[in-house]
Design a protein around this ligand. Sequence first.
Ligand SMILES: *Cc1c(COP(=O)(O)O)cnc(C)c1O
Length: 371
Amino acid sequence: MVDLHSQYLGIKAEIDKGIEEVIHSCAFINGPAVKTFQENFEKYLGVKHVIPCANGTDALQVSMMALGLQPGDEVITSSFTFIATTEVIALLKLTPVLVDVDPETFNIDPEAIKRAITPKTKAVVPIHLFGQTAPMEEILAIAREYNLYVIEDNCQAIGSDYRFDDGTTRKSGTIGHIGCTSFFPSKNLGCYGDGGAIFTNDDDLAKQMRSVVNHGMTVRYYHDHIGVNSRLDSIQAAILNAKLPHLDEYAEKRRQVADFYDHAFRKLPKLKIPGRYPKSNHVFHQYTLVTKDVDRMKLIEYLATCEIPAMIYYPVPLHMQKAYLDPRYKPGDFPVTEHLCASVFSLPMHTELEEEQLIYITQNVLDYLNH
Ligand SMILES: *Cc1c(COP(=O)(O)O)cnc(C)c1O
């Protein structure tokens, strides 16, 4: 699904130099590379504060801890996504409230958010799924009306821009109160291990989150609140410093791959190409098709015999996951999510796909569907 080795070969000199510098300095934890990355990333995102941390899941957890959310508080999020968001809500003994998504963009449906609000609702966590921003203007309006925090799960859409109705743009993840990202190797901005970061324009929240990631300390060995240990290590920061300048060019490459796939599949009645939300420039973390009257497992098996990987993101709606079964929810509650989980599949999407490979992939999909 990704080709990290070829991507590495293209930027080997920069990466190797960064790693070597860290090893020579032995500043493995909170070394200069971390500070430099923080500043470079703040500049790239146009955000006041970046707080590096250990992974994207921690970024979400630290955000919710720093906001002072209390057990029983309700947090609204999407039913069609990776588990991490709901997992940290549950872990902190907050109440996850799931809502359905839009069938075109796969992102959270603002009308469904509105219907899910109760007096206990404290926050909403939109996930910018597969690489495009959720409808933030609508979500911000709801948040203002009901006095809710907005935490953006931007793990899949780093580098994507969101255009407001007045024409101004902002990087996704810098629009709500807090944004979170992951540097898991296969993410659009990935390091060579685990990593994550939190963004905010709010000085007080930034201070609070810097303390939470560092055992709740503000002054060394004085712990003002319960924290965690969540750090981005210096070697990963050096790798990210080498990769960040390429992020926009990588996104462009991904869009070209998506355009190629779109063109090949547009007219097929058995496949629906991913909808593009006009207010966001898609960075295509995944290229996800919706099948119609196709046995998708057979299709995936066929592609495997051609050595073409294909994956299902995500096969099980969150309300039907064993660990999250809850009498509040039953099958049928989230029809769009349930339909998508039963019918989507994703094709290889990365920065190193050559035209020859794209022709081979699309031709084999077409051959299977037309046989
Ligand atoms: C990857 C991902 C996460 C978790 O990030 P980790 O760094 O693996 O902890 C959270 N949310 C979404 C939407 C993701 O894609």
